[in-house]
Ligand binder design. Structure first.
Ligand code: TRP
Ligand code: SF4
Length: 418
């Protein structure tokens, strides 16, 4: 079996962003955000680089119409700085009017990583404390405890077969069934807000490695629809995919002048968006889901201090929230920089901030002020500052950040009951 091109469970992969755009149909973020009333720093700084269908979210934000935001965390270890980005994206979208959901993927951690249920619970609670510390408001749940989620997963499973799992994830006959279960549970996670509340556009902020799940879910959302609404030349055609006959009759009855044909109803002189809304309502009335195809954004990963990805399996690469101050300073001071071999050379040619794990740490989380960040870049590129000094200043920022964040986490921990 060939390795899938993106493997969500691999911890050491570098993804080629350009290739994702051209091969998987992920689109750049820039054109989709022009409608946003304000652009968050993770978009303007190039951290969030890609999207699918983000326009429907941008327009929901601008027009104050309902939308959901959902993401998930696998509790396979303590949360660390590498997890903060998606959390911030969720919080921001809630502040923009989205209804917030966060799932703790304990089924996935147990099935794929063999983490005990007890550890899943312990780590899961830490993730939730981080989220609340960042100001999250909304619903949170553990996959294993959410019965409606499991029912939805089962329903979703009627639309996925093993050859699709093989094509997307490289599953083989040896792959155990629980792994497939955890995949379909994630599909259900992504659709869950639309079942729990109402059908509405849903934004799922994720790292690029999660795109296979997004692709699968978008397919399932479509397959679970009873109808498709197609904009033809001069008229709208509502086509039944697997709707009961009465539901199609109801569509015809809802639009005076509509013409009924074998398996479809054609409607003239009514805006497509109005028809979509009514058709969704009818679909729900007859036991369907009326799903909107979920949207996603993709952020790049903050590099670990040792180079590659931040991963709990390489302790030196990460900074976790409860690390002692001395250890934090030591890790930052020994982080990989974009500096030159000698002081002389660095003075002459400057450093390379875009290749420096510490600059990126500042860019992702430690320096919120754009002007201040630009100043760090300028000093680096011009050779005005040496890495030693720059690292010290960064370590100071990290220490202060962590102290404040821990206090917020501790305060939030009281809110969490599991
Ligand atoms: N698979 C994700 C991870 O490894 C966790 C996850 C579960 C998730 N359900 C989700 C992410 C739904 C986004 C949306 O981190
Ligand atoms: Fe990185 Fe700072 Fe060194 Fe530039 S000066 S390479 S930003 S540590």
């Amino acid at each position: 079996m060939p390795e899938p091109q993106i493997n969500p469970w691999s911890s050491n992969q570098s993804v080629d962003v350009e290739k994702l755009f051209s091969e998987f149909g992920i689109e750049p973020i820039a054109p989709a955000i022009s409608e946003l009333p304000c652009i968050p720093y993770f978009m303007s700084r190039g951290i969030v680089v890609g999207q699918r269908d983000y326009r429907q979210i941008a327009s929901a934000i601008r027009n104050h119409t309902p939308f959901h935001v959902l993401t998930g965390f696998m509790p396979s270890g303590h949360p660390h700085l590498g997890h903060l980005m998606v959390m911030k994206e969720v919080v921001w979208h809630v502040q923009q009017g989205g209804t917030g959901y966060v799932t703790i993927a304990d089924r996935e951690a147990h099935a794929v990583r063999g983490i005990s249920w007890e550890k899943c619970r312990e780590y899961g609670k830490e993730y939730l404390a981080c989220l609340y510390a960042l100001g999250f408001e909304g619903q949170t749940y553990f996959q294993s405890k959410n019965e409606r989620l499991k029912d939805l997963a089962f329903e979703a499973a009627t639309k996925v077969n093993f050859s699709e799992l093989t094509a997307i994830y490289g599953f083989s006959p040896e792959t155990d069934l629980a792994h497939a279960f955890s995949v379909i549970t994630q599909v259900a996670d992504i659709l869950y807000p639309q079942v729990d509340r109402e059908p509405a556009p849903t934004i799922v902020p994720v790292g690029i490695d999660q795109d296979p799940h997004i692709r699968l879910t978008r397919g399932v959302a479509h397959k679970l629809r009873m109808f498709t609404v197609e904009d033809r030349d001069g008229y709208i055609s509502v086509r039944s995919k697997n709707a009961p006959e009465e539901a199609l009759d109801a569509v015809k009855a809802a639009f005076p002048g509509a013409k009924m044909y074998e398996g479809h109803v054609d409607i003239r002189d009514v805006p497509c968006s109005d028809i979509s809304v009514k058709v969704r309502r009818i679909e729900r009335k007859y036991g369907g889901f009326g799903f909107y195809t979920p949207s996603s954004t993709y952020h790049i990963f903050m590099p670990g201090l040792t180079g590659g990805k931040m991963s709990s399996s390489i302790p030196e690469s990460i900074i976790s929230f409860y690390e002692p101050e001395a250890a934090v300073r030591k890790k930052v001071m020994s982080g990989i920089t974009g500096g030159k071999m000698t002081r002389d050379e660095q003075k002459r040619c400057g450093g390379e901030p875009d290749r420096c794990s510490l600059f990126l740490l500042n860019l992702f989380h430690m320096v919120t002020d754009d002007a201040e960040l630009a100043e760090i870049r300028r000093k680096c590129v011009s050779g005005e500052i040496m890495c030693g000094q720059c690292k010290k200043e960064t370590a100071e920022r990290v220490v202060i950040f962590l102290k404040d964040f821990r206090e917020k986490m501790d305060a939030a921990a009281e809110k969490i009951e599991v």
